[in-house]
Design a binder for this molecule. Structure first.
Ligand code: PGA
Length: 250
């Protein structure tokens, strides 16, 4: 049995994009039709665009995801979006535990874990984000912080589900800074070891994405690092041309 994960390259639009931006999804879908990608490709637009993006992407190689969800399925939570709602809009994936949620909204590993369970209940494939701060890296704690986040953010119910883990050093997000290839490799191997210990052989088939200032110029070398199974891309996913430059680097 082969455990080489199918790579996943996912674009996180964050709070960017209006209806007109969906032209980028059309361009992406058409390009992947004429030249198929070596990875699964997903776009995670803001919640307001999920349904329209999913309609455009239908029948193409582009998958659509949400950026976060509430752990509860329904109720009095003004402004929040449930996993079921994201799935109902036609999305198949959801990003959870992004550092902008962990730091900006005080999301703990336990809450991220509950959101992952909600995503599974709704039939969504979670992309679970982890990553150390600059202080933690400087203190030599990057690997232990990330391993702890992986352990505590992933529920046991994932053992027979499709999901991915995204390693995104907090200090590399939107900053133009990236860890060295050796540093990326070290953390990805530690995440792989944690997944294998937790889920057995199935842990070998989980794509471990790298995220944080991935661009066309650095994508090839990052994607070639052992145990890097794709990328989670922020800024460079907003324009199809840039995102395609990353996709084609594989
Ligand atoms: P960036 O964001 O590519 O703009 O650094 C990555 C992310 O936050 O997922």
């Amino acid at each position: 049995m082969s455990h080489t994960p199918t790579p996943l390259i996912a674009g996180n639009w964050k709070m960017n994009g209006l209806g007109a931006s969906l032209a980028e999804v059309t361009t992406l879908a058409e390009s992947l039709k004429s030249e198929p990608a070596k990875a699964r490709v997903a776009i995670c637009p803001p919640a307001t665009l999920i349904e329209r993006a999913a309609r455009i992407a239908r029948g193409s190689a582009v998958e659509v995801g949400g950026q976060d969800c509430r752990a509860e399925a329904a109720g009095a939570y003004t402004g929040d979006v449930a996993a079921e709602m994201i799935a109902d809009c036609g999305a198949g994936l959801v990003i959870l535990g992004h550092s902008e949620r962990r730091s900006g909204y005080g999301e703990s590993d336990a809450l991220v874990c509950a959101k992952v369970q909600a995503a599974i209940r709704a039939g969504l494939e979670p992309i679970v984000c982890v990553g150390e701060t600059l202080e933690e890296r400087r203190a030599g704690r990057a690997v232990s912080v990330v391993q702890s986040q992986v352990t505590l953010s992933l529920p046991d119910d994932l053992h027979d589900k499709r999901f991915s883990v995204a390693y995104e050093p907090v200090w590399a997000i939107g900053s133009g800074l990236t860890p060295s290839l050796a540093e990326i490799g070290e953390v990805h191997q530690a995440i792989r070891a944690t997944l294998l210990a937790r889920f057995g052989d199935a842990g070998g088939a989980v794509p471990i994405l790298y995220g944080g200032s991935v661009k066309p110029a650095n994508a090839a070398e990052i994607l070639a690092v052992q145990d890097v199974g794709g990328a989670l891309v922020g800024g460079a996913s907003l324009k199809a041309a840039d995102f395609l430059g990353i996709i084609r680097a594989l």
